[in-house]
Ligand binder design. Structure first.
Ligand code: SF4
Length: 328
Protein backbone atom coordinates (compact mmCIF):
# COMPACT_ATOMS: atom_id res chain seq x y z
CA UNK A 1 0.00 0.00 0.00
CA UNK A 2 1.23 3.48 -0.90
CA UNK A 3 1.43 5.81 2.10
CA UNK A 4 1.38 9.62 1.98
CA UNK A 5 1.12 12.62 4.27
CA UNK A 6 -2.18 14.47 4.58
CA UNK A 7 -2.69 18.15 5.38
CA UNK A 8 -5.86 20.21 5.45
CA UNK A 9 -5.27 23.79 4.29
CA UNK A 10 -7.24 26.55 6.01
CA UNK A 11 -6.23 29.33 3.62
CA UNK A 12 -5.17 29.68 0.00
CA UNK A 13 -1.74 30.87 1.10
CA UNK A 14 -1.26 27.80 3.29
CA UNK A 15 -2.42 25.55 0.44
CA UNK A 16 0.07 27.14 -1.95
CA UNK A 17 2.86 26.75 0.59
CA UNK A 18 2.08 23.07 1.22
CA UNK A 19 1.38 22.37 -2.44
CA UNK A 20 4.78 23.43 -3.68
CA UNK A 21 6.54 20.55 -1.93
CA UNK A 22 7.73 17.80 -4.31
CA UNK A 23 5.14 15.06 -4.75
CA UNK A 24 2.28 17.13 -3.29
CA UNK A 25 -1.18 17.08 -4.88
CA UNK A 26 -4.25 19.14 -4.12
CA UNK A 27 -7.44 17.20 -3.35
CA UNK A 28 -11.02 18.41 -2.75
CA UNK A 29 -13.93 16.05 -3.47
CA UNK A 30 -11.48 13.31 -4.40
CA UNK A 31 -13.85 11.72 -6.90
CA UNK A 32 -11.08 11.23 -9.47
CA UNK A 33 -7.77 11.49 -7.61
CA UNK A 34 -8.63 8.89 -4.97
CA UNK A 35 -9.60 6.40 -7.71
CA UNK A 36 -6.26 7.05 -9.39
CA UNK A 37 -4.39 6.51 -6.13
CA UNK A 38 -6.25 3.27 -5.46
CA UNK A 39 -5.44 2.07 -8.98
CA UNK A 40 -1.77 2.85 -8.49
CA UNK A 41 -1.74 5.43 -11.29
CA UNK A 42 -1.08 8.36 -8.95
CA UNK A 43 1.44 8.03 -6.10
CA UNK A 44 1.52 11.39 -4.28
CA UNK A 45 3.85 11.99 -1.35
CA UNK A 46 1.47 14.49 0.21
CA UNK A 47 -2.23 15.29 -0.21
CA UNK A 48 -3.15 18.89 0.50
CA UNK A 49 -6.88 19.00 1.20
CA UNK A 50 -8.28 22.24 -0.21
CA UNK A 51 -11.92 21.17 0.11
CA UNK A 52 -12.65 23.51 3.03
CA UNK A 53 -11.08 26.65 1.64
CA UNK A 54 -13.47 29.63 1.58
CA UNK A 55 -13.99 29.30 -2.18
CA UNK A 56 -17.50 27.85 -2.16
CA UNK A 57 -19.73 30.74 -3.24
CA UNK A 58 -21.28 31.83 -6.52
CA UNK A 59 -21.46 35.58 -6.93
CA UNK A 60 -22.67 38.03 -9.56
CA UNK A 61 -19.87 40.10 -11.08
CA UNK A 62 -20.08 43.84 -11.91
CA UNK A 63 -20.13 43.11 -15.67
CA UNK A 64 -23.26 40.97 -15.36
CA UNK A 65 -21.50 37.61 -15.30
CA UNK A 66 -20.83 35.25 -12.42
CA UNK A 67 -17.84 33.96 -10.49
CA UNK A 68 -18.03 30.37 -9.27
CA UNK A 69 -15.64 29.45 -6.47
CA UNK A 70 -13.45 26.43 -7.14
CA UNK A 71 -14.84 24.54 -4.13
CA UNK A 72 -18.48 24.88 -5.14
CA UNK A 73 -19.92 21.40 -5.58
CA UNK A 74 -21.17 20.39 -9.00
CA UNK A 75 -24.67 19.72 -7.63
CA UNK A 76 -24.73 23.06 -5.81
CA UNK A 77 -23.65 24.89 -8.96
CA UNK A 78 -26.35 23.23 -11.04
CA UNK A 79 -28.98 24.20 -8.47
CA UNK A 80 -27.85 27.80 -7.92
CA UNK A 81 -30.44 30.46 -8.86
CA UNK A 82 -27.94 32.50 -10.94
CA UNK A 83 -26.88 29.42 -12.92
CA UNK A 84 -30.44 28.20 -13.40
CA UNK A 85 -31.65 31.64 -14.51
CA UNK A 86 -28.80 32.73 -16.79
CA UNK A 87 -26.70 29.70 -17.74
CA UNK A 88 -29.05 26.80 -18.58
CA UNK A 89 -26.33 25.37 -20.84
CA UNK A 90 -23.98 25.01 -17.87
CA UNK A 91 -26.71 23.62 -15.67
CA UNK A 92 -27.58 20.96 -18.27
CA UNK A 93 -23.94 19.95 -18.70
CA UNK A 94 -23.40 19.69 -14.94
CA UNK A 95 -26.48 17.50 -14.55
CA UNK A 96 -25.37 15.28 -17.44
CA UNK A 97 -22.19 14.35 -15.58
CA UNK A 98 -21.65 11.32 -13.33
CA UNK A 99 -24.33 10.44 -10.73
CA UNK A 100 -26.11 12.46 -8.01
CA UNK A 101 -23.77 11.07 -5.35
CA UNK A 102 -20.67 12.05 -7.33
CA UNK A 103 -22.07 15.48 -8.20
CA UNK A 104 -22.54 16.09 -4.47
CA UNK A 105 -18.86 15.38 -3.78
CA UNK A 106 -17.19 16.71 -6.94
CA UNK A 107 -16.11 20.35 -7.14
CA UNK A 108 -15.88 22.84 -9.98
CA UNK A 109 -12.08 23.01 -9.61
CA UNK A 110 -11.75 19.24 -9.54
CA UNK A 111 -13.98 18.87 -12.59
CA UNK A 112 -11.51 20.99 -14.56
CA UNK A 113 -8.65 18.75 -13.40
CA UNK A 114 -10.17 15.31 -13.93
CA UNK A 115 -8.17 12.99 -16.11
CA UNK A 116 -9.10 10.85 -19.08
CA UNK A 117 -11.10 7.68 -18.58
CA UNK A 118 -8.99 5.71 -21.07
CA UNK A 119 -9.08 2.10 -19.77
CA UNK A 120 -5.41 1.57 -20.50
CA UNK A 121 -4.46 4.62 -18.46
CA UNK A 122 -6.31 3.30 -15.40
CA UNK A 123 -5.08 -0.29 -15.65
CA UNK A 124 -1.42 -0.48 -14.65
CA UNK A 125 -1.40 -4.05 -15.96
CA UNK A 126 -0.95 -2.46 -19.38
CA UNK A 127 2.64 -1.28 -19.68
CA UNK A 128 2.11 0.96 -22.71
CA UNK A 129 0.59 4.30 -21.79
CA UNK A 130 2.43 7.50 -22.62
CA UNK A 131 0.16 9.52 -20.36
CA UNK A 132 0.97 7.36 -17.32
CA UNK A 133 4.55 6.49 -18.28
CA UNK A 134 5.96 8.82 -20.98
CA UNK A 135 7.78 6.94 -23.73
CA UNK A 136 6.09 3.60 -23.04
CA UNK A 137 3.72 3.65 -26.03
CA UNK A 138 -0.06 3.73 -26.40
CA UNK A 139 -2.03 0.51 -25.87
CA UNK A 140 -5.24 2.11 -27.12
CA UNK A 141 -3.97 2.55 -30.68
CA UNK A 142 -4.11 -1.23 -31.18
CA UNK A 143 -6.82 -1.84 -28.61
CA UNK A 144 -10.43 -0.90 -27.92
CA UNK A 145 -10.98 2.67 -29.14
CA UNK A 146 -14.71 3.19 -28.60
CA UNK A 147 -14.21 6.09 -26.16
CA UNK A 148 -11.21 7.58 -27.93
CA UNK A 149 -10.48 10.68 -29.99
CA UNK A 150 -11.23 11.36 -33.63
CA UNK A 151 -9.91 14.94 -33.61
CA UNK A 152 -6.64 16.51 -32.49
CA UNK A 153 -4.99 13.27 -31.36
CA UNK A 154 -1.32 12.39 -31.85
CA UNK A 155 0.59 9.18 -32.35
CA UNK A 156 1.47 9.40 -28.65
CA UNK A 157 -2.06 9.50 -27.21
CA UNK A 158 -5.64 9.23 -28.50
CA UNK A 159 -7.41 9.77 -25.18
CA UNK A 160 -10.44 12.02 -24.73
CA UNK A 161 -11.21 14.64 -22.12
CA UNK A 162 -14.07 13.36 -19.95
CA UNK A 163 -15.81 16.45 -18.52
CA UNK A 164 -19.26 17.63 -19.58
CA UNK A 165 -19.00 20.88 -17.64
CA UNK A 166 -15.86 22.00 -19.46
CA UNK A 167 -17.53 21.60 -22.86
CA UNK A 168 -20.26 24.03 -21.79
CA UNK A 169 -17.74 26.41 -20.19
CA UNK A 170 -15.87 26.75 -23.49
CA UNK A 171 -19.14 27.54 -25.28
CA UNK A 172 -19.83 30.21 -22.65
CA UNK A 173 -16.37 31.84 -23.02
CA UNK A 174 -15.51 31.15 -19.37
CA UNK A 175 -12.10 31.67 -17.78
CA UNK A 176 -10.24 29.79 -15.05
CA UNK A 177 -8.82 31.97 -12.28
CA UNK A 178 -5.62 30.49 -10.83
CA UNK A 179 -3.41 31.71 -8.03
CA UNK A 180 0.23 31.08 -7.20
CA UNK A 181 2.86 32.66 -5.00
CA UNK A 182 3.42 35.10 -7.86
CA UNK A 183 -0.19 36.34 -7.94
CA UNK A 184 -3.33 35.62 -9.93
CA UNK A 185 -3.91 34.99 -13.63
CA UNK A 186 -6.83 34.04 -15.86
CA UNK A 187 -6.79 31.30 -18.49
CA UNK A 188 -9.66 30.97 -20.99
CA UNK A 189 -11.18 27.52 -20.49
CA UNK A 190 -10.67 27.01 -24.22
CA UNK A 191 -6.90 27.21 -23.60
CA UNK A 192 -6.84 25.47 -20.23
CA UNK A 193 -6.72 21.89 -21.54
CA UNK A 194 -4.10 20.69 -24.02
CA UNK A 195 -3.97 18.47 -27.07
CA UNK A 196 -1.66 15.50 -26.46
CA UNK A 197 1.10 16.29 -28.98
CA UNK A 198 4.30 14.66 -27.74
CA UNK A 199 3.56 15.47 -24.06
CA UNK A 200 0.32 13.60 -23.34
CA UNK A 201 1.25 13.37 -19.66
CA UNK A 202 0.25 17.06 -19.42
CA UNK A 203 -3.50 17.51 -19.47
CA UNK A 204 -3.64 21.24 -18.76
CA UNK A 205 -1.66 24.45 -18.98
CA UNK A 206 -1.70 24.86 -15.22
CA UNK A 207 1.83 25.48 -14.00
CA UNK A 208 3.46 23.88 -10.96
CA UNK A 209 2.45 25.69 -7.78
CA UNK A 210 -0.81 27.07 -9.21
CA UNK A 211 -4.20 26.46 -7.59
CA UNK A 212 -7.57 26.98 -9.27
CA UNK A 213 -9.60 29.42 -7.16
CA UNK A 214 -12.59 30.22 -9.40
CA UNK A 215 -14.25 30.09 -12.79
CA UNK A 216 -15.60 33.32 -14.25
CA UNK A 217 -18.35 33.53 -16.84
CA UNK A 218 -19.16 36.67 -18.84
CA UNK A 219 -22.81 37.63 -19.26
CA UNK A 220 -24.61 34.96 -21.22
CA UNK A 221 -25.38 36.13 -24.75
CA UNK A 222 -27.39 33.15 -25.94
CA UNK A 223 -30.35 33.34 -23.53
CA UNK A 224 -32.45 30.23 -23.99
CA UNK A 225 -30.97 29.53 -27.44
CA UNK A 226 -28.60 26.88 -26.20
CA UNK A 227 -28.55 23.14 -25.76
CA UNK A 228 -26.26 20.51 -24.28
CA UNK A 229 -26.65 17.11 -25.93
CA UNK A 230 -24.84 14.07 -24.56
CA UNK A 231 -24.77 10.72 -26.36
CA UNK A 232 -23.55 7.79 -24.26
CA UNK A 233 -23.82 4.05 -23.90
CA UNK A 234 -26.12 4.24 -20.84
CA UNK A 235 -28.84 6.71 -19.95
CA UNK A 236 -26.87 7.88 -16.91
CA UNK A 237 -23.50 7.56 -15.19
CA UNK A 238 -21.50 7.17 -18.39
CA UNK A 239 -18.98 9.34 -20.15
CA UNK A 240 -19.90 10.91 -23.47
CA UNK A 241 -19.26 9.08 -26.70
CA UNK A 242 -20.04 12.46 -28.22
CA UNK A 243 -21.49 15.58 -26.68
CA UNK A 244 -22.30 19.00 -28.12
CA UNK A 245 -22.69 22.37 -26.43
CA UNK A 246 -24.49 24.67 -28.85
CA UNK A 247 -25.16 28.34 -28.11
CA UNK A 248 -26.69 30.79 -30.59
CA UNK A 249 -27.26 34.52 -30.72
CA UNK A 250 -30.30 34.92 -32.95
CA UNK A 251 -31.69 38.04 -34.58
CA UNK A 252 -35.05 37.01 -35.92
CA UNK A 253 -34.18 33.86 -37.83
CA UNK A 254 -30.60 34.98 -38.51
CA UNK A 255 -27.62 33.64 -36.58
CA UNK A 256 -25.42 36.53 -35.46
CA UNK A 257 -22.95 34.41 -33.49
CA UNK A 258 -22.58 30.74 -32.59
CA UNK A 259 -20.58 28.53 -30.28
CA UNK A 260 -20.29 24.85 -31.14
CA UNK A 261 -18.13 22.78 -28.80
CA UNK A 262 -17.82 18.99 -28.89
CA UNK A 263 -16.99 16.63 -26.05
CA UNK A 264 -15.90 13.00 -26.23
CA UNK A 265 -14.00 13.50 -29.49
CA UNK A 266 -10.65 15.03 -28.47
CA UNK A 267 -8.11 15.44 -25.67
CA UNK A 268 -9.84 18.73 -24.79
CA UNK A 269 -13.24 20.29 -25.41
CA UNK A 270 -13.19 20.74 -29.18
CA UNK A 271 -14.38 24.10 -30.43
CA UNK A 272 -15.57 23.85 -34.03
CA UNK A 273 -14.69 27.37 -35.18
CA UNK A 274 -15.10 26.80 -38.91
CA UNK A 275 -18.56 25.42 -38.22
CA UNK A 276 -19.39 28.43 -36.07
CA UNK A 277 -18.27 30.83 -38.81
CA UNK A 278 -20.37 29.06 -41.42
CA UNK A 279 -23.54 29.97 -39.53
CA UNK A 280 -22.76 33.64 -39.08
CA UNK A 281 -25.27 36.12 -40.54
CA UNK A 282 -27.25 33.36 -42.21
CA UNK A 283 -30.61 31.75 -41.53
CA UNK A 284 -30.57 28.52 -39.57
CA UNK A 285 -32.07 26.08 -42.05
CA UNK A 286 -31.57 22.44 -42.97
CA UNK A 287 -28.84 23.20 -45.50
CA UNK A 288 -26.96 25.30 -42.96
CA UNK A 289 -27.22 22.55 -40.37
CA UNK A 290 -25.78 19.90 -42.71
CA UNK A 291 -22.96 22.19 -43.83
CA UNK A 292 -22.14 23.11 -40.25
CA UNK A 293 -22.13 19.49 -39.09
CA UNK A 294 -19.69 18.48 -41.83
CA UNK A 295 -17.36 21.34 -40.88
CA UNK A 296 -17.51 20.34 -37.20
CA UNK A 297 -15.74 17.04 -37.93
CA UNK A 298 -13.39 18.41 -40.59
CA UNK A 299 -9.98 16.75 -40.22
CA UNK A 300 -11.28 13.78 -38.25
CA UNK A 301 -8.91 10.81 -38.14
CA UNK A 302 -10.85 7.92 -36.64
CA UNK A 303 -9.61 4.45 -35.69
CA UNK A 304 -11.55 1.28 -36.54
CA UNK A 305 -13.12 1.20 -33.09
CA UNK A 306 -14.42 4.75 -33.12
CA UNK A 307 -15.14 5.52 -36.79
CA UNK A 308 -18.85 5.63 -35.92
CA UNK A 309 -18.20 8.88 -34.06
CA UNK A 310 -17.71 10.84 -37.28
CA UNK A 311 -21.34 10.32 -38.27
CA UNK A 312 -22.59 10.41 -34.69
CA UNK A 313 -20.94 13.77 -34.05
CA UNK A 314 -22.52 15.30 -37.15
CA UNK A 315 -25.97 14.08 -36.15
CA UNK A 316 -25.43 15.37 -32.63
CA UNK A 317 -24.41 18.82 -33.94
CA UNK A 318 -27.52 19.00 -36.13
CA UNK A 319 -29.78 17.97 -33.27
CA UNK A 320 -28.20 20.31 -30.71
CA UNK A 321 -28.34 23.29 -33.06
CA UNK A 322 -31.91 22.50 -34.08
CA UNK A 323 -33.03 22.51 -30.46
CA UNK A 324 -30.99 25.62 -29.61
CA UNK A 325 -32.49 27.40 -32.60
CA UNK A 326 -36.08 26.42 -31.76
CA UNK A 327 -36.48 24.23 -34.84
CA UNK A 328 -37.55 21.19 -32.73
FE1 SF4 B 1 -2.42 6.12 -22.48
FE2 SF4 B 1 -3.41 8.04 -24.04
FE3 SF4 B 1 -2.83 5.72 -25.11
FE4 SF4 B 1 -4.85 5.87 -23.36
S1 SF4 B 1 -4.76 6.82 -25.37
S2 SF4 B 1 -3.26 4.30 -23.45
S3 SF4 B 1 -4.14 7.50 -22.00
S4 SF4 B 1 -1.35 7.14 -24.17
Amino acid sequence: MHSFDYDRADSVDTALQLGKEPGARFVAGGTNLLDLIKAGVERPQRLVDVGRLPLASIDATPDGGIRIGAMVGNADAADHPLVRAHYPLLQAALLAGASPQLRNMATIGGNLMQRTRCHYFYDIGFDACNKRDPGSGCAARDGVQRQHAILGASEHCIATHPSDMCVALVALDASVVVRSAGGERRIPVEDFHRLPGDTPERDTNLEAGELIVAVELPPSRCGAHCHYLKVRDRASYAFALVSVAAALQLDGGIVRAARIVLGGVAHKPWRAQAAEQSLRDRPLDEAALRRTAALAVQGARPYPGNAFKVELAQRAVIRALSIAGGMR
